[in-house]
Design a protein around this ligand. Structure first.
Ligand code: GCW
Length: 610
């Protein structure tokens, strides 16, 4: 057994789940007993009602549910009691059937954009894991009702491709480890894989290619009967795909979907397709328009078991983006929204950035039923606390809650996480909840205010570098001059606003109607543009950076005053110091950048370096 397994938001489950609990029913029973003893509760009866599936109902002194539903019901009951609240009443069902975590783990144990240490399930070129930690992870995922885990990076190397080949027995063992927690596995596949096996082409319309994938799928489901399906990144950032054969993405996705369909599998196809070799001189191509341009014309052409996984915003997991217009354009396609719990662009689990408020904003702009499934790139790794920053666990917890109820109040979720994790006295709990609720706004204010994204250091994506991507190939330009900054994405500019339904188009089309937090996402504005609050744009750029940084500095005192238990206290204090350094760097670099360009001084005479 590994030492010091961290319990995160389940501290009352003070013993590991033993390996002999090898079905959801056994885990449910074990957890209920363990939890009730710890919390001094009378143990409710467990009753299986298969018809409830993933749903459950807590009725008086019984918990009723389908096999997995029972497990979810047990955790819901225990977590409510541990938080001193009443368990939910009435039938509970997850809003989304597919609630998926995407690991960007590589076989060598590294994680692409991972900020919590090495992989929990890969090392040295193969699947390898600590059983007790995987069971703890399974418990954490089940406790918030997540049900699918994709184990490898969407950028698939040769070693990872072998997960469905000679490494399949290991994958089957990992599936066994997660199954008792109701978590089914998925893998990312490489579209051109048949080439490595002498098929000679990866053309989706080629009979040999179709046969190769059918045989692979047959072998996979023979080894893992409840395998969830495949995830594919194709024709995206140098990955192979159907375009090489003159085929559409519907043709590519359907070919794979037909291989997995007989087994009840799904084919998750990522819509993250854009020109990653753009010439910065080309002002007609506008990267955030790419997904819509590629996929909207294909609506209605995808098979039923294809799920098109669209990043939440049209760009790429930036701090502030509108909802991707692709979501409004494909009513006849099953769409999944993809989020990134790994904080690539949002502070890398050093800076605090709680995501539930962002998910709720999306649910307000896009009726949750327009989306078929939810997925998120995990923020998990082998660090003792699993998520690098102890507060980043709130995002993993919160993602599960959002997947069950997309309109759940962010504050309710964050408070519940805080209470379960720390049990602080009321005033300090309030302070932690406020800190987390404000955290995204703080980060946004010093790193991406007014919808200016992409001022990050290239490649690494942490810290400021306002000119860093200007002459690069990635299509992420802001084109700052001495007078103005931003891209005109209106009908008079690149036309991104035209991809939105009328009501949203109107909201974004003019700088006056456009909310402040997206003004520079949609508009090119002069520095002397007067904002609704009467300040010029340039003054607002300075103000936000000074204020955002000051708010980050103030967070250190709040955290110090929370009285957190160790080691969380030390971890959080060490990271807030780094966050403050980062915020100062953002403030000074970005302010100096605009000051040098514009020559306009800060109206309040604060320090801007030259
Ligand atoms: O934002 C980019 C990341 C890549 C990632 C890509 C994607 C897995 O910088 O690291 O690759 O998104 O989502 O495919």
């Amino acid at each position: 057994m590994s030492k010091d397994i961290r319990r995160l938001w389940l501290p009352f489950l003070s013993a590991d789940v033993p390996a002999k609990c090898d079905t959801p029913a056994k885990v449910a029973e074990y957890e209920l007993k363990l939890g009730c003893e710890a919390l001094g509760l009378k143990m409710p009866a467990l009753r299986v009602d298969a018809a409830l599936g993933e749903g459950y109902e807590i009725e008086g002194d019984a918990i009723v549910g389908g096999e997995r539903g029972l497990l979810y019901g047990v955790y819901a009951f225990l977590m409510a009691r541990a938080a001193g609240e009443e368990p939910p009443t009435g039938a509970q069902r997850p809003f989304y059937g597919l609630r998926m975590l995407d690991g960007w783990d590589n076989a060598d144990g590294t994680i692409e954009r991972g900020y919590s240490g090495r992989s929990l399930w890969f090392e040295g070129g193969k699947l390898e894991w600590d059983g007790a930690r995987i069971r703890q992870l399974g418990r954490l995922l089940a406790s918030v009702g997540l049900n699918v885990l994709c184990v490898n990076n969407v950028n698939v190397g040769d070693t990872e491709a072998r997960l469905l080949e000679d490494a399949l027995p290991d994958l089957a063992k990992l599936a066994d480890a997660f199954r008792p927690f109701g978590v089914r596995l998925m893998t990312s596949i490489e579209f051109a894989r048949p080439l490595a096996h002498g098929v000679g082409t990866a053309d989706p319309l080629d009979a040999g290619v179709q046969r190769w994938w059918r045989e692979r799928a047959d072998a996979v489901w023979a080894a893992i009967p409840d395998f969830a399906g495949f995830l594919v990144k194709a024709d995206s950032e140098h990955r192979p795909g159907p375009f090489a054969y003159g085929r559409s993405h519907a043709e590519g996705a359907n070919m794979l979907a037909r291989a997995v369909a007989p087994h009840g599998g799904v084919l998750v196809w990522r819509a993250f397709v854009y020109n990653c070799k753009q010439d910065w001189r080309d002002t007609a191509t506008d990267r955030p328009m790419a997904a819509y341009q590629t996929y909207a014309p294909l609506d209605g052409q995808f098979d039923d078991n294809v799920i098109l996984q669209v990043k939440n915003g049209p760009f790429d997991f930036q701090v502030r983006e509108p909802v991707s217009p692709t979501f409004y354009a494909m009513p006849r396609t099953r769409l999944a929204v993809e989020w990134q719990l790994a904080q690539e662009y949002t502070g890398q689990q050093v800076d605090i950035y709680a995501m539930n408020p962002m998910w709720r904003e999306m649910a307000d702009d896009l009726p949750p039923e327009k989306v078929y499934a939810v997925a998120a790139v995990t923020n998990l790794g082998r660090d003792d606390n699993y998520t690098g920053h102890p507060f980043a666990a709130a995002n993993l917890y919160g993602f599960g809650r959002y997947a069950w109820a997309p309109k759940v109040s962010p504050e309710t979720v964050i408070r519940r996480w805080a209470r379960l994790t720390y049990h602080l006295p009321a005033e300090r709990e309030d302070a932690l909840v406020r800190l987390l609720m404000d955290s995204r706004g703080v980060y946004e204010q010093y790193a991406a205010q007014l919808g200016i994204d992409w001022m990050v250091n290239p490649h690494d994506h942490y810290g400021p570098n306002p000119g860093g991507y200007e002459f690069d190939v990635w299509g992420t330009y802001l084109r700052p001059t001495r007078d103005a900054v931003g891209i005109d994405r209106t009908s008079k500019g690149t036309g991104l606003t035209l991809q939105f339904p009328p009501e949203m188009r109107e909201r974004y089309e003019t700088p006056e109607a456009c909310p402040d937090n997206l003004k520079l996402f949609f508009h090119r504005l002069r520095y002397d543009y007067v904002m609704a609050d009467g300040h010029t744009l340039i003054q607002r750029l300075y103000d936000d950076h000074f204020e955002g940084c000051a708010r980050a500095e103030a967070m250190a005192d709040t955290i110090a005053g929370l009285g957190l238990p160790e080691p969380d206290r030390s971890e959080a204090m060490e990271r807030i110091e780094r966050q403050i350094q980062n915020a100062r760097e953002w403030r000074d670099v970005v302010n100096t950048f605009f000051h040098r360009l514009s020559g306009v001084d800060d109206a309040h005479g604060r320090k801007i370096y030259d």
